[in-house]
Write a protein that binds this ligand. Structure first.
Ligand code: GDP
Ligand code: MG
Length: 596
């Protein structure tokens, strides 16, 4: 297809504003998916995506659309809809010339709408503002058209109004995509450069890589090279998705499609990387490539220690289709053999854990997640800490923690509550705008550690569910952080050590000490539980001693009954972990680590 006839676009929307439904309707109206084969959320392929109603992996579909004289080729690139995947979103946007900014006509603009709009603007995309769900009785198209128009600086009459559900206005939207979005530009005579915006592992075909060609041409059977690693591969197949993969003779300037090289590991085909011809490579890669960077680390342990080899194999397999997953073996006195695993964020953590449990039939326990810290020692050496147990003892010159730029949106009555919450999470107000007289956008810089775990729930409960939040990484800052250890009778329980802000150390120590006091059964002797920073104890509880003599219970009983009881006690002991001389049932660790 000549570039003049190509339009590459994505749909950006807050969750539930109807992106998948609109995409379905477009597939249907352009005839790509037959009425009969249509099922809701055609593009959301992974099970977990369907169940949770979120899109994790982006896909690209090609659709024909004709005006009076010509047939155009529209490539719709679906973007992941979660903060954990901001980098993938930015690469999907970079593969497009335009974006449909989709807003629910009964809800108005939300935080994710704004965050994605900012990303689209950074990538110089042409924006088409669209209100969706105009069929809803609660829709307020005029009010929100004004809001949208104010936001992007257009006339309210330029805001399109559609219903992804009934299909109303969708044909007009397709026409406007052709009219308003620029055609891709590139040089067909230059060496090939194509940007990878997604790569997924397929059991049968190996890695399927999604690309957008910028310059030159990619042809089947040629050798290609990945510019970040210089690795070369033969192009076994190249094609377009419409809506199933269809091999093509090649992909030229502006085209979007997939390629298959037979590699089995997505790390060989990284999102953001540039593909070029091996024989005639381009001089420079396209900009914007970044290695995936895990933001959150947690220990993963099998509840049944004998499952360790299964967990190891499972992680090795998952790694093949998840370039962001990193892990290394770790041992914990409390939990046994396991792995330290790095994730993009909490959703990524949950997805990985769910897949491990579901696809590999594992029961797992994860330790308290933490972000990544840079610790500078007194002698100037730098240490990256992904695990509290690596936190250096002794003198520390400085510690830095990751921060995010957060966008919060809410009805104006909640501004006070949101500010209070952000303040308590060490937030710094960066700006505040009224989108309309009753809706406010707040921009904050916040430590990632304060926002990634439970902030969203706290925000929802303080704003009765009306506030929305989105954020993206925004560098590092120094902070006054300490490691709090939990000790049982003077012995550290590694799984409970945590790096926290100095002002929050006491709260964390007290919480863990009281939790453990209730969870650990009384022993033959008194057991002190302490929370400490270095040698300084900041909180303390006691488990009082009992005299435990099971045989005393069957005083005078027959001997076989006594033996049975002793057997039973031995069984029970197997699931006990020794911390120093204290016996702790594994369930106590699990309960103490689970969030409540
Ligand atoms: P996404 O999260 O942006 O992909 O949103 P979905 O497409 O999954 O839609 C979220 C919910 O809104 C679903 O229950 C849809 O059925 C509903 N929905 C989507 N579009 C429309 C629409 O135009 N009208 C109405 N009434 N409901 C819609
Ligand atoms: Mg969706």
């Amino acid at each position: 297809t000549p570039p003049e006839l190509i339009r590459n676009f994505c749909i950006i929307a807050h969750i539930d504003h109807g992106k998948s439904t609109l995409a379905d309707r477009m597939l249907q109206i352009t005839g790509v998916v037959e009425e009969r084969a249509m099922r809701a959320q055609y593009l959301d392929r992974m099970d977990i995506e369907r169940e949770r109603g979120i899109t994790i992996k982006s896909q690209a579909v090609r659709m024909p659309w004709a005006d009076d004289s010509q047939t155009y080729c529209l490539n719709m690139i679906d973007t992941p809809g979660h903060v954990d995947f901001t980098y993938e979103v930015s690469r999907s946007l970079a593969a497009c010339e335009g974006a449909i900014l989709l807003v629910d006509a009964a809800q108005g603009i939300e935080a994710q709408t704004l965050a994605n709009l900012y990303l689209a603007m950074e990538n110089d995309l042409t924006i088409i503002p669209v209100l969706n769900k105009i069929d809803l009785p609660a829709a307020q198209p005029d009010k929100y058209a004004a809001e949208l128009a104010g936001l992007i600086g257009c006339d309210p009459s330029d805001v399109l109004k559609v219903s992804g559900k009934t299909g109303e206005g969708v044909q007009e939207l397709l026409d406007q995509i052709v009219l308003q979005l620029p055609a891709p530009v590139g040089d067909p005579d230059k060496p090939a450069r194509a940007m990878i915006f997604d790569s997924v592992y397929d059991t049968y075909r190996g890695v399927v890589t999604y690309v957008r060609v910028v310059d030159g041409q990619l042809n089947p059977r040629e050798k290609i090279a990945m510019m970040s690693t210089k690795a070369t591969h033969e192009l076994l197949e190249i094609g377009v998705i419409s809506p199933e993969p269809k091999p093509a003779k090649g992909l030229g300037v502006g085209e979007v499609g997939y390629l298959i090289t037979g590699v089995k590991d997505v790390r060989q085909s990284r999102v953001g990387d540039t593909v070029t011809n091996a024989a005639k490579p381009a001089d420079d890669p396209l900009g914007g490539y970044r290695d995936p960077k895990p933001m959150v680390f947690s220990g993963l342990y099998p509840i049944d220690g004998s499952d360790y080899p299964i967990l190891r194999d499972a992680l090795d397999k998952l790694k093949l289709n998840d370039a962001a997953l990193v892990y290394e073996p770790e041992t914990s006195a409390a939990l046994g053999f396991g792995f330290r695993v790095g994730f993009l964020g909490m959703l990524h953590l949950e997805i990985v854990r769910e897949r491990l449990e579901r696809e590999f039939d594992l029961d797992l326990i994860s330790t308290l997640p933490n972000v990544v810290y840079e610790v500078e020692l007194d002698d100037g050496t730098l240490r990256t800490v992904t695990n509290p147990s690596e936190f250096p003892e002794g003198k520390i010159a400085a510690i830095t923690e990751p921060v995010v730029r957060a966008t919060l949106l809410a009805p104006s009555e909640f501004v006070g509550a949101i500010m209070e919450l952000c303040q308590s999470r060490r937030g710094l107000l960066r700006g505040m705008d009224y989108l309309s007289e009753d809706r406010v956008e707040l921009r904050y810089t916040l430590p990632l550690a304060e926002i990634v775990f439970d902030f969203f729930d706290a925000l929802k409960s303080r704003t009765r569910g009306y506030a929305s939040l989105d954020y993206e990484p925004d560098g590092e800052q120094t902070a006054d952080l300490v490691k709090v250890d939990i000790l049982l009778q003077g012995d550290k329980v590694d799984a409970f050590s945590s790096i926290v802000h100095k002002d929050k150390a006491y709260a964390y120590g007290t919480l863990m000490a009281t939790k453990l006091k209730d969870l650990i059964p009384r022993q033959q002797f008194e057991v002190p539980i302490q929370a400490a920073i270095g040698a300084r104890v900041i909180a303390r509880e006691n488990i009082r001693a009992i005299r435990k003599d099971v045989l005393a219970k069957c005083y005078g009983g027959d001997i076989s009954r006594k033996r049975k009881l002793l057997e039973k006690q031995k069984e029970g002991k197997k699931r006990m972990k020794m911390v120093g001389s204290v016996e702790v049932p594994q369930e106590a660790f699990i309960a103490a680590l689970s969030q409540d």
